[in-house]
Ligand binder design. Structure first.
Ligand code: PRP
Ligand code: MN
Ligand code: MG
Length: 177
Protein backbone atom coordinates (compact mmCIF):
# COMPACT_ATOMS: atom_id res chain seq x y z
CA UNK A 1 0.00 0.00 0.00
CA UNK A 2 1.25 3.47 -0.74
CA UNK A 3 0.95 5.62 2.34
CA UNK A 4 -2.30 7.53 2.04
CA UNK A 5 -3.20 9.77 5.01
CA UNK A 6 -6.68 10.20 3.55
CA UNK A 7 -7.39 6.60 4.59
CA UNK A 8 -6.63 7.35 8.23
CA UNK A 9 -9.21 8.68 10.63
CA UNK A 10 -7.70 10.02 13.86
CA UNK A 11 -8.93 8.19 16.97
CA UNK A 12 -6.41 9.39 19.57
CA UNK A 13 -4.54 12.66 19.10
CA UNK A 14 -1.03 13.23 20.39
CA UNK A 15 -2.51 15.07 23.40
CA UNK A 16 -4.95 12.26 24.16
CA UNK A 17 -2.18 9.68 23.97
CA UNK A 18 -0.11 11.71 26.40
CA UNK A 19 -2.97 11.72 28.92
CA UNK A 20 -3.49 7.97 28.60
CA UNK A 21 0.24 7.31 29.05
CA UNK A 22 0.43 9.63 32.08
CA UNK A 23 -2.55 7.86 33.67
CA UNK A 24 -0.90 4.46 33.17
CA UNK A 25 2.42 5.71 34.59
CA UNK A 26 0.64 6.96 37.70
CA UNK A 27 -0.99 3.57 38.31
CA UNK A 28 2.27 1.72 37.68
CA UNK A 29 4.17 4.00 40.10
CA UNK A 30 1.49 3.34 42.73
CA UNK A 31 1.69 -0.40 42.23
CA UNK A 32 5.47 -0.68 42.55
CA UNK A 33 6.25 1.93 45.19
CA UNK A 34 5.40 -0.31 48.20
CA UNK A 35 7.16 -3.39 46.78
CA UNK A 36 10.31 -2.41 44.87
CA UNK A 37 12.35 0.56 43.67
CA UNK A 38 13.70 -1.21 40.58
CA UNK A 39 12.01 -2.95 37.68
CA UNK A 40 12.98 -4.53 34.37
CA UNK A 41 10.77 -3.11 31.63
CA UNK A 42 10.56 -5.25 28.50
CA UNK A 43 9.68 -3.48 25.27
CA UNK A 44 7.86 -5.73 22.81
CA UNK A 45 9.18 -4.48 19.50
CA UNK A 46 8.47 -3.05 17.19
CA UNK A 47 5.00 -1.74 17.98
CA UNK A 48 5.74 -0.65 21.57
CA UNK A 49 8.70 1.56 20.74
CA UNK A 50 7.07 4.97 21.29
CA UNK A 51 4.80 3.87 24.12
CA UNK A 52 7.73 2.28 25.98
CA UNK A 53 9.87 5.35 25.68
CA UNK A 54 7.14 7.79 26.77
CA UNK A 55 5.89 5.59 29.61
CA UNK A 56 9.27 4.89 31.16
CA UNK A 57 10.16 8.58 31.33
CA UNK A 58 7.23 8.95 33.73
CA UNK A 59 8.14 6.19 36.19
CA UNK A 60 9.71 7.14 39.54
CA UNK A 61 11.70 3.93 39.63
CA UNK A 62 15.06 2.60 38.59
CA UNK A 63 14.30 0.94 35.27
CA UNK A 64 16.42 -1.67 33.54
CA UNK A 65 15.73 -1.64 29.81
CA UNK A 66 15.21 -4.83 27.88
CA UNK A 67 13.88 -5.60 24.41
CA UNK A 68 12.27 -8.49 22.65
CA UNK A 69 11.30 -8.46 19.01
CA UNK A 70 8.42 -10.76 18.31
CA UNK A 71 6.00 -10.54 15.43
CA UNK A 72 3.16 -12.48 13.90
CA UNK A 73 1.09 -10.11 11.78
CA UNK A 74 0.93 -9.86 8.04
CA UNK A 75 -1.16 -6.95 6.80
CA UNK A 76 -4.14 -6.57 9.12
CA UNK A 77 -4.38 -10.15 10.34
CA UNK A 78 -2.35 -12.51 12.46
CA UNK A 79 -0.57 -15.42 10.82
CA UNK A 80 -0.86 -17.29 14.13
CA UNK A 81 2.88 -18.00 13.92
CA UNK A 82 5.09 -16.13 16.37
CA UNK A 83 8.50 -15.19 15.04
CA UNK A 84 11.13 -14.31 17.62
CA UNK A 85 13.77 -12.04 16.14
CA UNK A 86 15.45 -10.77 19.35
CA UNK A 87 15.14 -12.02 22.93
CA UNK A 88 16.05 -10.48 26.33
CA UNK A 89 19.81 -10.02 26.75
CA UNK A 90 19.80 -10.07 30.55
CA UNK A 91 18.37 -12.66 32.91
CA UNK A 92 15.08 -11.69 34.56
CA UNK A 93 15.47 -14.18 37.41
CA UNK A 94 14.30 -12.52 40.67
CA UNK A 95 13.48 -9.31 38.82
CA UNK A 96 10.25 -7.34 38.84
CA UNK A 97 9.30 -7.55 35.17
CA UNK A 98 6.94 -5.17 33.41
CA UNK A 99 6.02 -6.28 29.89
CA UNK A 100 5.17 -3.29 27.73
CA UNK A 101 2.91 -3.97 24.75
CA UNK A 102 1.18 -1.58 22.35
CA UNK A 103 -1.90 -3.71 21.69
CA UNK A 104 -3.39 -7.04 22.70
CA UNK A 105 -5.65 -8.57 20.08
CA UNK A 106 -5.73 -12.39 20.03
CA UNK A 107 -3.30 -12.45 22.98
CA UNK A 108 -1.00 -14.83 21.10
CA UNK A 109 2.07 -12.60 21.34
CA UNK A 110 1.81 -11.98 25.08
CA UNK A 111 0.90 -15.55 25.95
CA UNK A 112 4.02 -16.71 24.15
CA UNK A 113 6.30 -14.16 25.84
CA UNK A 114 4.86 -14.60 29.35
CA UNK A 115 5.28 -18.34 29.15
CA UNK A 116 9.03 -18.01 28.46
CA UNK A 117 9.57 -15.15 30.89
CA UNK A 118 8.07 -17.15 33.81
CA UNK A 119 10.50 -20.00 33.10
CA UNK A 120 13.33 -17.72 34.25
CA UNK A 121 11.68 -17.38 37.69
CA UNK A 122 11.21 -13.63 37.94
CA UNK A 123 10.00 -12.16 41.27
CA UNK A 124 6.90 -10.74 39.57
CA UNK A 125 5.51 -10.18 36.07
CA UNK A 126 3.03 -7.44 35.22
CA UNK A 127 1.59 -6.43 31.85
CA UNK A 128 0.80 -3.01 30.53
CA UNK A 129 -0.86 -2.50 27.17
CA UNK A 130 -1.77 0.81 25.63
CA UNK A 131 -4.68 -0.75 23.75
CA UNK A 132 -6.76 -3.85 24.21
CA UNK A 133 -9.23 -5.28 21.74
CA UNK A 134 -12.33 -6.53 23.47
CA UNK A 135 -13.95 -8.35 20.56
CA UNK A 136 -12.89 -11.77 21.81
CA UNK A 137 -11.60 -13.34 25.00
CA UNK A 138 -7.83 -13.25 24.47
CA UNK A 139 -7.20 -15.02 27.77
CA UNK A 140 -4.47 -12.67 28.97
CA UNK A 141 -4.76 -10.81 32.25
CA UNK A 142 -3.61 -7.28 31.49
CA UNK A 143 -2.73 -5.47 34.71
CA UNK A 144 -2.70 -1.96 33.27
CA UNK A 145 -4.79 -1.15 30.19
CA UNK A 146 -4.83 2.22 28.48
CA UNK A 147 -7.85 2.06 26.16
CA UNK A 148 -10.23 -0.69 25.16
CA UNK A 149 -11.13 -0.67 21.49
CA UNK A 150 -13.44 -2.55 19.16
CA UNK A 151 -12.61 -4.39 15.99
CA UNK A 152 -10.74 -1.61 14.22
CA UNK A 153 -7.30 -1.95 12.69
CA UNK A 154 -5.37 0.92 14.20
CA UNK A 155 -2.05 2.44 13.16
CA UNK A 156 0.37 5.10 14.36
CA UNK A 157 2.42 5.72 17.52
CA UNK A 158 4.33 2.51 16.82
CA UNK A 159 1.53 0.45 15.33
CA UNK A 160 2.00 -0.43 11.69
CA UNK A 161 0.22 -1.57 8.61
CA UNK A 162 2.72 -3.55 6.52
CA UNK A 163 5.59 -1.88 8.42
CA UNK A 164 4.59 1.71 7.70
CA UNK A 165 2.58 4.33 9.63
CA UNK A 166 4.51 3.65 12.86
CA UNK A 167 5.88 7.18 13.02
CA UNK A 168 2.51 8.92 13.02
CA UNK A 169 2.32 10.88 16.30
CA UNK A 170 -1.39 10.01 16.65
CA UNK A 171 -3.35 6.75 16.48
CA UNK A 172 -5.84 6.32 13.72
CA UNK A 173 -8.20 3.87 12.23
CA UNK A 174 -7.31 2.55 8.84
CA UNK A 175 -10.46 2.82 6.75
CA UNK A 176 -11.20 -0.16 4.58
CA UNK A 177 -9.25 -2.70 6.70
C1 PRP B 1 1.30 -6.65 16.83
C2 PRP B 1 1.21 -5.77 18.07
C3 PRP B 1 1.25 -6.76 19.20
C4 PRP B 1 0.56 -7.99 18.62
C5 PRP B 1 -0.86 -8.07 19.13
O1 PRP B 1 2.65 -6.98 16.60
O2 PRP B 1 2.29 -4.87 18.11
O3 PRP B 1 2.59 -7.08 19.53
O4 PRP B 1 0.57 -7.80 17.20
O5 PRP B 1 -1.57 -9.11 18.53
P1 PRP B 1 -1.95 -10.49 19.22
O6 PRP B 1 -2.52 -10.17 20.59
O7 PRP B 1 -2.99 -11.04 18.29
O8 PRP B 1 -0.72 -11.33 19.30
P2 PRP B 1 3.16 -7.46 15.16
O9 PRP B 1 3.14 -8.94 15.08
O10 PRP B 1 2.42 -6.71 14.12
O11 PRP B 1 4.70 -7.03 15.17
P3 PRP B 1 5.25 -5.51 15.30
O12 PRP B 1 5.06 -5.11 16.74
O13 PRP B 1 6.68 -5.62 14.93
O14 PRP B 1 4.45 -4.67 14.37
MN1 MN C 1 4.04 -6.05 18.26
MG1 MG D 1 2.77 -5.11 13.39
Amino acid sequence: MLFDPARIEVLYSEEELKKIVNGLAEKINEYYSPITDEITAVCILKGSVHFYSDLLKRLNLKVRYNFVHVSSYSGASTTGRIRVKTWVDESVTNRYVLLVEDIVDTGGTLRYIINYIWKQKPADVKLVSLFEKTIHDHGVKIDFTGEKIGDQFIVGYGLDYEEVCRNLPYVGYLKGE
